[in-house]
Design a protein around this ligand. Structure first.
Ligand SMILES: *Cc1c(COP(=O)(O)O)cnc(C)c1O
Length: 491
């Protein structure tokens, strides 16, 4: 890795040199072209990627800040929203906008429902939303940013939300129910039909997070898979987030937020009429908005069509089934719940196998695997490219489990110990402050990445110290609560 820059180069540099340097830097990245990443990248093949690049670069310089100036981009957006609404049974009243990603779609949905509630039920001081424990973290971010309380509803054994529990959690300040189709950790679909009934009964809106499923489940249905209803065909569903940059196979920077009707969406818009820079209005969070991702999303959807998406869905499902069957042949591992599409979580069912130790060995073998917590597990998001690599992955997984069985010490050393500790510490605020400190380090002047092989947290004496500190904190906490039992705040 070349040295970080501390100022602009004094002299202009040669473009070819720069591009070569950049290519070299990219060589150190995760090997997604070789199927090594099981998240982050949704890779079809080089031909599709080249096509996306061309479509993207045709609109590299255009700015969607002003759709009047770029009617092409406005047409792309309108088409993308209509095509997506059609896929999700939105009918003729469904409306929506293109956003920069699932997170922006979700932030906008929460802001929209907060403002919708402000209008309809202005007496609510501290609005709350009820979400499954497995909801995507973007909802936590949205709740923080927009000052909405987030209430987590517990799951059933199959990792889907318990709708009876949701019902009990609803109170006079509740402004929204949420479910996932499917969720990120285990790839299971919450009982959206039951949530829809509950939402209608309680006269509450219901958002379905189909960031993953929006561009996948409709095609599984067309292929004859038995997929429960999750979209606008259910009368209680009022909005859906669906990412084109995931299973829509667009370039990154493209998602959609759809509403049943303008009744809701009008609360998403931002208008300011008194800016000296001019009257300003926009549908989303960003100002200047890159044209490339929107163009690439339109291009990808047109190139694929139903036919292309169905074919890729078939490939992903066959690969996922191989993956699931392979994992099921390893006695120490089990799939979490019943995943519906190319997204799965798996865990250890043996005291002798620490799943994070398995993850460490898989990383050493070059695979990028995401770790789950609560409960602990590993994660895999299947892309068409994995068709060629799933066999190798399963072989390495078998070897890794065998290695952990043979070396029990692996569970308490290295990254496995760190992830294990982070997952297990009951005082979550401590984990939070440790990670926050890590963020500060990353954004220090030096911009250094945390070296997980070298952090204090991984050394045994420090784990003990950390644990010691947290027991002290518990003792302090209870002392404080006893002292001032009138004004403690558990929030
Ligand atoms: C990826 C994802 C999101 C957030 O999308 P980003 O594009 O990463 O911002 C939301 N929900 C689910 C279920 C996801 O998998």
């Amino acid at each position: 890795m070349s040295k970080n820059l501390s100022a602009l180069p004094k002299k202009s540099r040669n473009g070819t040199d720069i591009l070569n340097e950049m290519k070299n830097l990219g060589n150190g990245d995760a090997k997604w072209r070789e199927g090594k990443t099981w998240s982050l990248i949704y890779y079809v093949d080089q031909e599709h990627t080249n096509f996306l690049k061309e479509a993207h670069n045709l609109f590299l310089s255009e700015n969607f800040l002003n759709p009047m100036a770029f009617l092409s981009l406005k047409k792309f957006e309108t088409d993308i929203i209509r095509m997506t609404a059609d896929l999700l049974n939105g009918g003729k009243n469904a409306v929506g906008s293109i956003t920069s990603g699932g997170t922006e779609s979700i932030l906008l949905a929460i802001k929209t429902y907060r403002d919708y509630a402000k209008k309809k039920r202005p007496w609510i001081v501290r609005p709350n939303i009820i979400v499954p424990e497995t909801i995507h973290v973007a909802f936590e971010k949205a709740a923080k940013y927009f000052n909405v309380k987030i209430i987590h509803a517990p799951l059933k054994k199959d990792y889907t939300v318990d709708v009876n529990k949701v019902k009990k959690l609803i109170n006079k300040n509740t402004i929204l129910l949420v479910g996932s189709a499917p969720n990120y950790p285990q790839g299971v679909i919450d009982p959206i039909e039951e949530l829809s009934k509950l939402a209608l009964q309680k006269n509450l809106p219901l958002h379905v997070d189909a960031c993953l499923g929006g561009f996948f489940l409709p095609f599984l249905k067309m292929l004859g898979y038995n997929i429960p209803k999750f979209d606008f065909s259910l009368p209680g569903v009022t909005s859906i987030s669906a990412d084109v940059h995931k299973y829509g196979y667009a370039a990154k920077g493209a998602s959609t937020i759809l509403y049943k009707s303008m009744t809701y969406m009008k609360h998403q818009f931002f208008v300011y009429e008194n800016w000296p820079g001019g009257v300003y209005a926009g549908p989303g969070i960003l100002g200047t908005r890159a044209g490339g991702p929107i163009a690439s999303a339109w291009a990808s959807m047109n190139k694929m069509g139903e036919e292309g998406y169905k074919n890729l869905a078939k490939v992903v499902m066959e690969t996922t089934n191989k993956l699931i069957n392979g994992i099921n042949t390893i006695p120490e591992l089990e799939i979490m719940g019943k995943p519906v599409m190319g997204v799965i979580g798996y865990r250890s069912n043996s005291k002798k196998v620490n799943i994070y130790a398995v993850g460490e060995i898989m990383e050493q073998k070059g695979w990028n695997v995401d770790r789950l917590q609560k409960p602990e597990g590993l994660h895999a998001m299947v892309s068409p490219i994995h068709e060629k690599y799933v066999g190798q992955y399963l072989e390495d997984l078998k070897t890794s489990v065998a290695k952990v069985l043979a070396n029990p010490g692996l569970a308490t050393s290295g990254g496995a110990a760190m992830y294990g500790m982070i997952a297990k510490i009951p005082l979550r605020s401590m984990v939070k402050s440790t990670i926050a400190k890590m963020m500060e380090d990353m954004y220090e002047v030096s911009g250094k990445m945390p070296d997980l092989n070298d952090t204090d947290i991984r050394e045994e004496k420090n784990i003990t110290m950390t644990l010691g500190k947290y027991y002290l904190k518990i003792i302090e906490y209870f002392a404080r609560v006893r002292e001032k039992s009138s004004d403690h705040n558990l929030d």
